[in-house]
Each structure stands twice: as C-alpha cells, then as structure tokens.
Design a protein around this ligand. Structure first.
Ligand code: EPZ
Length: 415
C-alpha cells in the first residue's frame, strides 16, 4: 500500500523554495472558461488538484499546454456545458465551473461536490448568488442544472465570507454586463490574485472595505499572470522547522500573507526574520503554550491549524486551539494521540497538553492538511512513522518528500 516512511529525530536545516499557491491556481484554471483567447499562468504548482482541475476544463473543450511551470489554457473547440462527475466529485473546486459555463453558454449541468473529512461543505451561498443573478437552478441529489438565458448584475451579501463562493460569483459576474456587488466577501490573498487576473481579462473590479463591485463585460480577453506564492505550503515548512528544533528558510514568499502565522510562531518563542520574499525560522526552544483561534483572513488560517496542533503536542504546558471555520476539522487529532500526543477535543476546541516525546506509528492521512500535520509529527517522533494515503497529501504539497529530504529529513515513499 502506498505510504510515506519517516524516521524521526532530525533537526531540519536549510531553504525551501515555495510553489505557486494551490488555492489561487485552482480558480485561475477555471477563469479561462470565460474567454476563447489564451490565458497563460506562470508558477503553476505541480499538484494533483491542479491536474484534476485542468482535466476538468480539458473535458469541457479547453486545450492545455504545459511549459515548465507555465500552463497555457486556450480554445480547443466548442465548450461543453456538462462536466463529467468523476472530476467534480474528486475535488470540490471543480464546482466553480458552474457559473462561468452558465454565463458563457446559457446553461450548465455540474455534479454536486461531496462533503469531506473536514465538514459538510454546502454550496448554498454559491447557488443563492447565481440565483440573484437571474440563474434558474434545479437541484438534484447528485447534480445541479442551471438555465441562464439572461444573467444580470446583482447585490449579494454573504452570511459567511466563503472563499469558493466569492471566487465563483466573481468569475460569473465578470462576464455579465451591469454591476454586481458582493458584500462580506472573502479577503484571502488568493481572492486578490484572482481579481488581478480577471482585471487583466477585462473585468472592472473595485475592492471596497466590506464589498467588491464587479462591472463585467460580455467579452473578456486572454491574459498572462504569475500566481502568488503558497502561504500554506510556506507555513507548513516553517512549522516543520519549529517542531524539529531546526532552522528553516522559505524563499519566494510574501511575508504579509503569513502575518498571523508569524505572530503565532513568535509568541510560541520561535525567532523569525523576514526579507521582502523570504521568512527564516530558528527554533531555539520548545513552543510556548498558546490560545489560537482560526478565522478567515487575515486571521490564523484554518489550513495551518493541523500542522500547528502537531507543533503544540511537543510544546510546553497546555494550549487551546479553536477551529472556527470548519465544523469538524479536529478528527485527525486521534492519530496524533496514537503517536503519544495528549489532545482532548470538545466540539470545535482542542486542548493540547504538551508532552516530551512523540513515538512513531502507522497512521492514515485523511486530507491534505491533516496529512501535513502527521508528517510534522513523524519528523519529530522517536522511531518510524508510516503515513498511508499519501495521495491526499500530494493534492496540496508538491514533491514533499524531496523538499523535506533536502533539508535533512529521513523520509521516503514506499509501496
Ligand atoms: C477554501 O475552501 C479552500 N480551498 C480551503 O482549503 C480552505 O480551508 C477554505 O477555503 C477556508 O479558507 C480552496 O481554495 C480550493 P469556504 P472553500 O467556502 O471555498 C461554509 C486546503 O486544504 N460554507 O470559505 O470550500 C463552509 O461549510 C483546502 O487547501 C457554507 O456554509 O471554503 C465552511 O464551514 C481545505 N456555504 C466555511 O463556509 C457555502 O456555500 C468556509 O468555507 C460555502 C461555504
């Protein structure tokens, strides 16, 4: 069975070059559905999720041309309005094709994404927004059918600053004449990056304090864009340096995108130095205990909650981590407890009593970020750790065993 084998106990030391952001790349691979002209994306990360989204839009009629870490998405013939279930069910971000297809073709059929290990993950905010724009949507247990002969601008207000719903409606509104206003949008850096691509494609977008205004156009053109660095990959490697008592520098990053993470790491006693595009962490002590609450940007990112909990397992004293974004994103902690962690979960709260050592174990990676947390625990544990289902980890971390081995980890992939 595919697995990662880690022999723990090594300090990590060295530099890690950070990829383009997965969560910016995915919507940007959907945006070319809005035009027949070529869109070139530089710094595309080599990840399973990117392969999946590119297969999805290729199955809809787009032509994909790779050139190193640049991908060109161009017209490959008439667009299809129905996506194949196997892609959307593999990865929920494929659901974002619904609005752009409906705006382009006047109709679309897209499978409903499933929930996953971190929560139910409904798409009600996506559908409400599309309906406000004039789309007629029929919901079936496994798919949604959209009729959208004449979409129009709308005023949309989110009860929750959903990242995916913001991206979905931004892209759809970009192709609609008239103004759409989204109040309480997500403010993640990946949204800003998508906005800069859509502007290059011809959409007029104004970002205000509590809303985004989009004046779309019936014709958008091709563009070229370099994707922002992946703050989640960068944060994971900094936490790997912290948990192993090492010294790790991440390069090609935007420190501002990691402000809340840097603050938490400094409060945990890590010494951090920044330059315009690097962050260096030196761990001279075990992590101080803390109380961290995940929140939409600029709060502490939910996607770094699992790697942070791994660090706090070997921290001093007792820490409290509250997961405020997803309703069930603490299930993975039982695997950390099997490695000697002492984590008590009640609802969205995890109380972590720091221990002196973790011990290697055989554990499953349930999703991308929990998989990252288990790797970090294995790097610091005594003995061997085997992590099954590494394909979940490959969805969000490119060449993780190679990058970790380059900074001293004893990690290899086996069958
Ligand atoms: C994006 O997921 C990211 N994925 C997630 O990263 C990330 O954890 C999440 O944003 C939060 O930052 C991508 O960008 C591909 P949401 P998304 O819509 O868009 C509720 C990773 O590991 N909600 O902001 O699905 C939802 O249930 C992944 O890289 C509704 O209620 O996140 C959740 O509780 C994991 N109705 C909360 O909002 C909706 O219509 C946040 O969801 C939509 C969302």
């Amino acid at each position: 069975m595919d697995h990662l084998l880690i022999r723990g106990g090594r300090r990590l030391e060295g530099q890690v070059a950070i990829e383009g952001a997965k969560n910016a790349a995915l919507p940007m691979c959907v945006a070319p559905l809005l035009t027949d002209e070529p869109v070139r994306l530089h710094r595309i990360p080599h990840l399973r999720d990117v392969d999946t989204i590119l297969s999805t839009i290729s199955s809809l009629g787009k032509k994909i041309t790779y050139d190193g870490d640049t991908v060109e998405i161009s017209c490959g013939g008439a667009l299809r309005s129905e996506a194949e279930p196997r892609y959307v069910q593999q990865m929920r971000a494929s659901f974002l094709i619904l609005g752009p297809l409906a705006a382009r073709l006047g109709h679309a059929i897209v499978p409903l994404p499933g929930g996953c290990t971190i929560g139910r993950r409904p798409v009600d905010l996506h559908l409400e927004g599309l309906r406000a724009m004039g789309a007629r949507i029929e919901e079936f247990p496994d798919r949604v059918v959209v009729r959208a002969e004449k979409l129009h601008g709308a005023r949309i207000s989110f009860s929750h600053p959903s990242v995916g719903a913001t991206e979905h409606l931004l892209m759809t509104a970009a192709l609609i004449r008239g103004e759409t206003q989204i109040t309480n949008p997500s403010k993640e850096p990946e949204i800003g990056d998508l906005i800069s691509l859509l502007r290059k494609m011809g959409a007029h977008i104004v970002v205000e304090r509590m809303s985004i205004r989009i004046n779309g156009s019936e014709h958008l053109h091709g563009a070229e864009h370099t994707i922002i660095p992946d703050r989640l990959e960068a944060g994971t490697y900094l936490l790997a340096g912290a948990i192993t008592g090492g010294e790790v520098q991440v390069t090609g990053v935007e420190p501002e995108h990691l402000r809340s993470v840097i603050e938490v790491l400094r409060k945990a006693g890590m010494s951090i130095t920044e330059s315009s595009e690097t962050i260096r962490l030196l761990a001279e002590q075990r992590a101080e205990p803390g109380h961290i609450v995940t929140a939409p940007y600029p709060g502490f990112p939910t996607d770094l909650q699992p790697p942070l909990v791994a660090l706090l397992c070997l921290g001093k004293g007792e820490s409290l981590v509250e997961e405020q974004v997803f309703e069930s994103r603490l299930a993975y902690t039982h695997s950390l407890n099997r490695m000697g962690g002492r984590i008590k979960v009640t609802g969205r709260k995890a109380i972590i009593a720091g221990v002196n050592t973790l011990v290697g174990a055989k554990v499953p990676a349930p999703d991308i970020r929990a998989g990252g947390a288990l790797i970090l625990a294995g790097l610091a544990a005594e003995g061997e750790t085997v992590i099954y289902y590494p394909e979940h980890i490959d969805r969000g971390y490119a060449s993780i065993e190679q990058k970790l081995a380059l900074i001293g980890a004893r990690i290899e992939r086996g069958e």
